[in-house]
Design a protein around this ligand. Sequence first.
Ligand code: AMP
Length: 218
Amino acid sequence: MARIVFLGPPGAGKGTQAAEIARTAGWAHLSTGDLLRAAVRAGTPLGREADGYMRQGLLVPDDLVLRILKERLAEADARSGFILDGYPRNPAQARTLEAITPIDHVVYFEIPPGVLVERLTQRRHCPSCGRIYNLATLPPKRPGVCDVEGATLLQRTDDRPEAVTTRLAAYRDQTAPLLDHYRALGLLRTVDAAGTPEEVTRRVRAAVGLAAAPREPL
Ligand code: AMP
């Protein structure tokens, strides 16, 4: 059982690592970005309200995000442990989270800011299985097509250059101040997020006290 927060700028690889580590450790992967995108696709009132903020790369108002987060945290699989990917993103959200649940580790994905724009604008995902690719560092075997599903890969609307600049500014101004907060609480585990996905997985696992992942059969 572990309750973990992944903190770091957009494009640092939090989502890729959260999916992999949650899967192998048997924890829930709680991505507020994924939950919001699902609400937008479903056309719920909350999704319609969140959509405009997300398109521009702005943070969605705290009360909307908290509503979907609470619903997801109440689901059964979160009881065996969870990775929060993308929450909290400002000091008010950090205070709210502390009132809801204790946290064991905050993993900070440290990465030189210069590589983020490239990583974000090269990112593609499979609309069917959610797998994330990068045209430069983690390309699909066949151009434009998911290795697993065969579906045509898509680009997130907020991975286009206009929104990327706003998202990086939101991170710098509103989210980065949380680093000092969690450092002072003794919860911050800093991980070098530059490197191959496998290297970063090993570092994150070590940072949260997980043994090396068992090798999967080829
Ligand atoms: P992500 O997938 O984590 O990059 O999130 C995509 C977008 O969803 C962000 O740019 C925000 O517009 C919104 N979002 C996700 N998580 C939060 C949060 N904790 N607070 C406010 N907005 C969020």
